[in-house]
Write a protein that binds this ligand. Structure first.
Ligand SMILES: Nc1ncnc2c1ncn2[C@@H]1O[C@H](COP(=O)(O)OP(=O)(O)OP(=O)(O)O)[C@@H](O)[C@H]1O
Ligand SMILES: [Mg+2]
Length: 251
């Protein structure tokens, strides 16, 4: 599966990406997690420390991946895939190291070309932790055009649900096959508001991940997301992973 994790800024894309990646890895899958944040931090959630994250090489911008391109899938994996303590291979694609270095469009094109390849020889599942917003769906060709399924993350706010609504509209236009609506960091008293917002904006609500103090603590410390996370969160993530494989019928 090629899974794009998208949504408004701060809704929990990186958290959800890491939890999906760990769950798939624990089910015996070979998982590649691609961090497309210009300020990457998925590595923390997968167990790397600051120095190790700093040492992760960034995939060069504007290269075409494929046997007739600049690098083959095998070469990209060997040169830019970094093992993590979570057992997931991490790749950093859009990191910005230099002030005034220009836009990241070339990096988006690279990610698009990687996703367009058959990755089966190297990985079973690829998770793209996407930068915030919806521009990645409108960039030339659409960074996630070759994704099999989008995980559309939202929190219990109208702005987050509207972003999900817009995302789904663009995904449809791009021809992405399927998507799953995921509400994250939901407090016990937010259920009614969330359902109302999703109904008003036509956004199906497939999975609800509760607010979890251990996620906040891990984030503050730059610590991995793992054992301390409550069973309710893992249940929701397991349900999400089950759902991903059947989501292809959504459109
Ligand atoms: N289930 C949860 N319960 C409580 N807090 C959460 C949960 N998921 C994420 N958070 C918190 O929300 C904040 C944003 O999470 P995260 O970095 O995963 O979001 P993001 O969508 O990747 O953000 P960005 O748009 O900046 O990339 C963090 O402080 C994180 O600890
Ligand atoms: Mg993030």
């Amino acid at each position: 599966m090629k899974i794009g994790v998208v949504g408004k800024g701060g809704v929990g894309k990186t958290t959800v990406s890491a939890l999906i990646a760990r769950t798939l890895q624990q089910r015996g899958r070979r998982v590649l997690a691609v961090d497309t944040d210009s300020n990457p931090n998925l590595g923390f959630s997968l167990g790397l420390d600051f120095d190790e994250i700093e040492a992760v090489p960034t995939v060069p911008r504007s290269i075409v991946v494929g046997t007739r391109g600049d690098l083959t899938v095998e070469e990209v994996m060997a040169d830019y895939g970094v093992p993590t303590p979570a057992g997931v291979t991490l790749m950093s694609a859009l990191r910005v190291d230099e002030a005034g270095a220009g836009c990241t469009c070339g990096g988006h094109a690279t990610v698009r070309s990687l996703l367009g390849q058959t990755l089966d020889a190297e990985v079973d599942d690829t998770i793209i932790d996407m930068e915030a917003g919806i521009e990645h769906l409108s960039r030339s060709g659409g960074t996630l055009a070759h994704a099999d399924v989008l995980v559309v993350v939202m929190e219990a706010s109208r702005k987050a649900v509207i972003t999900a609504q817009r995302t789904i509209g663009l995904a449809r236009e791009l021809g992405i096959g399927a998507w799953v609506g995921v509400a994250n960091k939901i407090e016990a008293d937010q259920g009614d508001l969330l359902r109302r917002l999703c109904t008003e904006h036509g956004v199906p609500l497939d999975i609800v991940i509760p607010a979890e103090p251990a996620v906040v603590t891990a984030d503050r410390l730059g610590a991995p997301l793992g054992d301390g996370v409550a069973p309710e969160v893992w249940s929701a993530i397991n349900a999400l992973v089950d759902r991903l494989s059947t989501a292809a019928t959504r459109f």
